[in-house]
Structures are given as structure tokens and as C-alpha cells.
Unconditional design. Structure first.
Length: 301
């Protein structure tokens, strides 16, 4: 019995991901006319339009968005089922797309990738470093490293480590400025600020005699890039509340000075590795998650 539904699903997913009929045909190794005929056949069978097509491009209809989500889910399940049989649980292979925050990814994830790839030579790794929260489905991300509270409860999460931040400044910044002995002293100093989606990090929590409070700090330098703020701090351009894994090596080397240690409030957040539930049985995903848990088990910054 002939059933082209799986072919139509694969073709439709490729068409959406590629953004055009020509690009989808190139990815699938087929012709543009085949992609077009497959979409027409699919829409005719479903009785709905899945794509709005104009001279400027294409976009999904509401029905197309629902169908695409189902396609991704079912195709991932098929891949996981076949992967589990072929790998027999002991050999991971294929393409693995990782997303991680810029500073944590460059400082802690990128350095361990060579060891992971030596252990699993048949896995090809692609890593995206961004402080934006990538959608695991739309971005075709297999595994993501997330910091803080997880907004998407549909993801499977494994905790890697706790996230703590330290208020620091370069000796050159502190040399000719008033001392910082109390959180209120920050009002007279230039603080390095986040902008965009991470603006909430500009409220610095401290412990006071009457409990914990967050101070809204101010400054004349902002960035949506954590490593940019670190570089500015090292250059003596302001005070920063910096992630512990970045700050501690610089403190030990004398490049940064910790401030307000006795009043530092715990972050009560952590760093997690997350993935879609239907991908947890894919060997390359499972292998990377297990590897991360192993690497961060006995953590020492």
C-alpha cells in the first residue's frame, strides 16, 4: 500500500526551514517541481492552505503552524526510534546542534567540546552562542544550556550547577574613586548595565539588616553581550555584577576586586541543560547531556 504522508511531512518541514522551494529542493536533493507538487498534494488532502505565498516570500497559516508542530514531533519520534535500534545504546552519531549563552558557552562549554567529540567521533557538532533564548523547535536546536528560571515547562531539564554572581571592579577603577563599603555607595559609581531582555539583571540583590532588597543600579555603559561588559569591567570602566565562573579567575589573578562580599545575596538560580521530551532517546542528545552532567559533577571554578 502506497502512503506518501511521511514524504510530504519531510518535504513540508524542509520547505519551512529552508524558506523557499529552491532551497528546500537543494536540501532534499530533489527538484523544485517535486517540492511544489508535494505541497499541493498535501494541502489538497488536508483541505487547507498551509502556506501564504507572495512575491516577497512565504509564511505559515494558522493551520500550517499546527501541522508543522505535529510534523516535527512525529519525525523526531521516528528518528529517536530508529536511532535507538541502530545505535543499540552504545554508539552515538549524526549532527548535534547546541545553543548556549555567550559568556557561559565560550567559557565553559566550548572548552569541553573537543573531549566530547574525541569520545564520540561520529557526532558532528554545531554550537550557537547567544544571550537570546532560542526556540528549540523553530531553531532546530537539539540541546540548549539555559541560565536561571526556565520559562518553558515543556522542556526536559537537567541541572548542571548553581549560578552565582559577584560584584567586582578593576583596581584601576577603584584607585581614584570613593570606596564601596555599603550597597548604597553604588549610587555614586558607574555600574555596567545589561540592556534588552536581560534588563532585569540591573537590579542587584543585597542582604540588609532588615532583609534582602534589590537596588536598581545606574551607569553610562550598556550592552546585551555579557563578554562585552566583562571586557569593559577589566578595562576599569565600571562596576559589574559578574557571573562567578568568569569573575573568580580574574579575582585570583588580581585583575578584579570583589566588593560587598558580606552583603552579597545568593542568586537562587542555576544553569541547566534542556531538550525536547521526544529527543531524550536520541543517542547523540543523550550522550551530550550525560557528558555535561559528568563534567559539572565536581565543579570548581
Amino acid at each position: 500500500m502506497r502512503d506518501d504522508r511521511l514524504v510530504e511531512m519531510v518535504t513540508f518541514r524542509a520547505l519551512v526551514d529552508a524558506g523557499s522551494f529552491t532551497a528546500a529542493a537543494h536540501i532534499l536533493g530533489t527538484s523544485q517541481s517535486f517540492v511544489s507538487k508535494s505541497l499541493k498534494s498535501l494541502e489538497r488532502r488536508l483541505g487547507v492552505s498551509l502556506l501564504h505565498r507572495t512575491t516577497r516570500g512565504q509564511r505559515l497559516t494558522a493551520e500550517g503552524e499546527r501541522y508543522l508542530a505535529s510534523c516535527r514531533h512525529l519525525l523526531d519520534l521516528i528518528e529517536a526510534s530508529e536511532d535507538a535500534i541502530m545505535s543499540n545504546g552504545d554508539k552515538a552519531a549524526g549532527n548535534l546542534h547546541i545553543s548556549a549563552p555567550l559568556s557561559f558557552g565560550s567559557d565553559r562549554i566550548v572548552p569541553i567540546l573537543p573531549q566530547f567529540m574525541d569520545r564520540h567521533p561520529e557526532i558532528s557538532v554545531g554550537i550557537s552562542l547567544t544571550d537570546a533564548i532560542e526556540n528549540l523547535i523553530d531553531g532546530r536546536v537539539d540541546v540548549a544550556i539555559r541560565m536561571g528560571t526556565l520559562a518553558d515547562s515543556n522542556l526536559v531539564a537537567r541541572k548542571l550547577c548553581d549560578l552565582q554572581r559577584i560584584v567586582v571592579a578593576a583596581p584601576s577603577y577603584l584607585a581614584d574613586r570613593p570606596p564601596v563599603r555599603h550597597p548604597d555607595d553604588l549610587r555614586g559609581h558607574n555600574c555596567l548595565l545589561w540592556q534588552g531582555a536581560n534588563d532585569h539583571l540591573n537590579r542587584w540583590p543585597f542582604l540588609f539588616h532588615d532583609g534582602q532588597r534589590a537596588l536598581k543600579v545606574k551607569g553610562n555603559l550598556k550592552s546585551n553581550n555579557g563578554m562585552t561588559l566583562v571586557a569593559l569591567c577589566l578595562e576599569g570602566r565600571g562596576i559589574m555584577r559578574m557571573a562567578e565562573h568568569i569573575a573568580l579567575p580574574h579575582i585570583r589573578a588580581g585583575r578584579l576586586v570583589p566588593l560587598l562580599e558580606e552583603q552579597r545575596a545568593p542568586d537562587n538560580q542555576h544553569i541547566s541543560v534542556v531538550f525536547l521530551p521526544e529527543r531524550q532517546h536520541i543517542s547523540r542528545v543523550r550522550s551530550f547531556v550525560d557528558f555535561c552532567l559528568e563534567q559539572f559533577r565536581n565543579l570548581k571554578w
